[in-house]
Design a binder for this molecule. Structure first.
Ligand code: GLY
Length: 377
């Protein structure tokens, strides 16, 4: 087993060196996606992606003690106080934003202000719970034009639940955990299909709580299987099981993981939608591969039998290794991303075959988890 993952030590060192040089040349605070290899800034200071770059810097700082990365991450966290104080534009993705920044800062350095920021973000997320539909509401008025956001929920929400589990523990306030679990139960019922494929968006009647409509969202259509949505489910249910030990979340994580693994392309990296027609031009989404692989490493610690733990571990290791070998930019110092081959929003023609900051983040998180595994052997 150990020999299979030694590659991750070199990948980690290559990544550290790459990020040292890109962080010096990059002129933006919150890289989102690349055009011709150059990262542009997020288009909205309250956008869901702002936590990933500081989160990536924290992961590297934790193992390398390179203080420039810590300082850069803290600078970004302070800028993020703008949208947190302004409040009206923040949304369901506050877990992505403050989990990877403020909670990490608090965990590593005990900064009390960071803890308060994350508790405020968690309180906002809890307030988005629709009591009749038992789901966390996505977005705000005017954020989306395809459906009425008052009754909309999306699979991405599963990755935001850990900030609620964390707040429940910090404040000894089970209400946060109960909201997270009520939402996870609704996702399990309405988003996860019997075969393990996953819906992106479900629109509920915000008063009765009944399902009104399924939307294709960023996927090919409403019956398809958008691969990043699948990765949010695999990783998110694994984390919900880690925090609650409720078997139904473990079963959901394994069912969605099995679908994901069985539908990977021949190079172990997913196409952007598992049910899109495949032609030689069909793009991959390396961010889906990276996010799922990092989640599979969580699942590999939790699955009930040695065979299943090995299955998920080997799948994760294989995806990450293929991303490193075939999609890494280590020999291309004109590309500021770590991975190419990401797809942001295929139906809208946005961000296709580029680097995406969340793809880079989850790839580094996957390597970080492999490093932890190596260190424990
Ligand atoms: N959370 C939006 C996306 O996955 O693109």
């Amino acid at each position: 087993m150990k020999d299979n993952i030694l590659w991750a030590n070199k990948a980690w060192t290559d990544t550290f060196e790459k990020v040292k040089s890109t962080s010096e040349e990059m002129s933006v605070n919150f890289p989102a996606m690349t055009t011709n290899g150059i990262y542009s800034d997020t288009d909205r200071p309250w956008g869901w992606v702002v936590g990933f770059w500081p989160g990536l810097l924290w992961l590297l700082y934790e193992k390398e003690s390179y203080s420039t990365f810590k300082d850069m991450a803290i600078d970004r966290e302070l800028i993020m106080d703008g949208p947190l104080d302004e409040f009206v534009n923040i949304h369901h993705d506050v877990g992505f934003m403050w989990q990877l920044t403020s909670i990490k800062h608090y965990d590593l350095l005990g900064n009390e202000e960071s803890k308060t920021r994350a508790l405020r973000a968690a309180s906002h997320l809890a307030s988005r719970f629709n009591i009749n539909g038992r789901f966390l509401t996505a977005w705000n008025k005017n954020d989306v034009n395809s459906a009425d956001p008052k009754g909309l929920s999306i699979i991405d929400s599963m990755m935001n639940l850990p900030i609620l589990y964390w707040a429940a523990e910090q404040l000894d306030a089970p209400r946060f955990k109960l909201i997270a679990m009520a939402h996870a139960d609704t996702v399990l019922k309405e988003f996860i299909r019997e075969d393990g494929s996953v819906r992106h968006m479900v629109e509920f009647d915000c008063f009765s709580g009944k399902v009104k409509q399924y939307h294709g969202g960023q996927g090919y259509n409403q019956d398809s299987a958008w691969s990043r949505g699948a990765s949010w489910a695999v990783h998110g249910f694994a984390l919900s099981y880690q925090h609650t030990k409720e078997d139904r979340y473990l079963e959901a994580a394994m069912r969605t993981a099995d679908f994901f693994i069985e539908h990977l392309a021949e190079d172990s990296v997913p196409y952007w939608d598992f049910r899109a027609p495949i032609t030689p031009e069909t793009p991959r989404d390396t961010s889906a591969g990276a996010c799922a692989a990092s989640g599979l490493l969580v699942l590999a610690e939790l699955a009930p039998t040695p065979e299943l733990r090995e299955r998920y571990f080997l799948a994760a290791n294989n995806i990450l290794h293929n991303l490193y070998k075939n999609y890494g930019t280590y020999n291309d110092n004109t590309n500021q991303g770590i991975l190419v081959g990401g797809t942001f929003n295929y139906p809208k023609g946005l961000g296709i075959n580029c680097s995406l900051i969340y793809g880079d983040y989850y790839f580094v998180e996957g390597l970080y988890r492999l490093k932890n595994k190596l260190e424990s052997m």
